[in-house]
Design a protein around this ligand. Structure first.
Ligand code: PLP
Length: 430
């Protein structure tokens, strides 16, 4: 077969046999895959046709150290040659899982001192809800079960995480565990307080929030929001769970997003940037107090565990990834480059008549468009046109929004930020 036949065959096989995650099946069946990626290097991805694009979303907000890092491959090879995987159930353990747990305790905010490992962010969320319920149960309050989250939140696609997700289309797809999962307006702490009073604090386990909402459209909270949330959680005896699946590991210009707001959660969901996508790993970090309560009161078997909790190779990859983030000072790079990105976006807003608002915290950024009365929303058009010009970004149209989000790898350089802005400028002008 020549190269074009090869590519055509891949496209056909993709259509026939691959049900894509979070996709338009109709689009996939009519157009086929837009990119069949083959290689990645730094902030760039290239496909089988030879197209080269900037991965302006760090793929799914996760490839923080960029693509093609051979050092990670080397760490994986070394670990796999020694011990790829072994069980961590009961009294079994392995060295990378232990060393990573200790490292996470060191970099996590406040009193978060122990980790329960998962394979990703959805499992981390379901784990957090279950641990919160177990915690209250062993403290003699088994009726504290409900989880409150926010209207534009995204927490994943397992049944619990879908139920907690505020973006309604996700819940409509297959239903939710609704009575136990409640939603409040984005940043309205009065509404939160009223909901807790109405439902009864004795029935609520936790309040759950992303420090900066990602999939919902990069929504950055007002400065005092989380301090007020922390106060309310303490007043009504609710655990505060932050979902740092996107905001963790440097994305916002601090190790964890919540550090911008000076409060400490009781539990913290992590995934994505923990390995920069080089392996599947997530987890829930818990406070010293919760950890001590489990140790003292959780009798019998702690009946929660995944086959891949504490996967040795994934943990070895995470350790190398964190070493790279530290060595290359990528957390502070995210801040510096993020400020440049925001300045560039503000410039675009000044030049354009269709931009309503721009915002960013570190390397999580958004362009919100004005209402488009004449045609379809601007954002899907911008995303399609930007891809033709060599930049991948994402459209968010949930809840009537018309927003493009951008979250490039934390290794991005000044000149590359300028290139992203220039492509966006040409796209928006077109
Ligand atoms: N929580 C947040 C904030 C996320 O953005 C995501 C994924 O985008 C998840 C949870 C789910 O993570 P995963 O897709 O690894 O299950």
């Amino acid at each position: 077969l020549n190269k074009m036949d090869d590519i055509h065959q891949l496209e056909q096989l993709d259509k026939q046999h691959f049900l894509h995650p979070t996709s338009s099946i109709e689009q996939q069946q009519t157009l086929g895959p837009a990119f069949i990626f083959r290689e990645g290097k730094g902030i760039y991805l290239s496909d089988v046709k030879g197209n080269v694009v900037i991965d302006g979303m760090s793929s799914l907000w996760n490839v923080n150290i960029g693509h093609g890092r051979l050092e990670i491959g080397e760490a994986a090879r070394e670990q796999m040659a020694k011990l790829a995987y072994s069980s961590c159930f009961a009294t079994f353990s392995n060295e990378p899982a232990i060393r990573l747990a200790a490292k996470l305790a060191k970099i996590a905010p406040g009193q978060l001192s122990a980790v329960f490992y998962t394979s990703g962010g959805s499992e981390a969320n379901d784990t957090a809800y279950k641990l919160a319920r177990h915690y209250w149960s062993i403290k003699g309050m088994p009726e504290k079960k409900k989880i409150i989250s926010r209207t534009k939140s995204y927490h994943g696609v397992s049944v619990g995480a879908t139920s907690a997700t505020g973006l309604q289309p996700f819940r409509e797809f297959s239903g939710s565990l609704a009575p136990d999962f409640l939603h409040v307006d984005q940043f309205d702490t009065d509404e939160l307080r009223q909901l807790i009073i109405r439902e009864g604090a004795e029935s609520i386990a936790a309040f759950l929030a992303e420090p900066v909402q990602g999939a919902g459209g990069v929504h950055i909270p007002p400065e005092n929001y989380f301090a007020e949330v922390r106060k309310i959680c303490d007043e009504f005896n609710l655990l505060l769970i932050t979902d740092e699946v996107i905001t963790g590991f440097g994305r916002t210009g601090k190790w964890f997003g919540i550090e911008h707001y000076g409060v400490t959660p009781d539990m913290m969901c992590i995934a994505k940037g923990i390995t920069s996508g080089y392996a599947q790993l997530g987890g829930v970090m818990i406070s010293k107090e919760i950890n001590e309560t489990f140790k003292q009161r959780s009798g019998g078997t702690f009946l929660h565990g995944f086959t891949y909790s504490g996967h040795a190779t994934a943990c070895a990859i995470a350790l190398k990834n964190l070493e790279i983030i530290e060595r290359e000072q990528l957390v502070s790079n995210a801040k510096v480059r993020g400020d440049e990105l925001l300045a560039g976006l503000k410039q675009l807003k000044n030049e354009s008549e269709i931009i309503e608002n721009v915002r960013a915290l570190g390397l999580m950024a958004a362009i919100e468009f004005k209402e488009n009365k004449t045609t379809t929303p601007f954002s899907p058009q911008v995303v399609a046109e930007a891809a033709k010009r060599g930049l991948i970004c994402r459209a968010v149209t949930f809840n009537g929004q018309d927003t493009v989000v951008i979250a490039p790898p934390l290794i991005i350089k000044k000149a590359e930020v300028e290139k992203v802005i220039q492509i966006l400028r040409e796209t928006i002008n077109a």
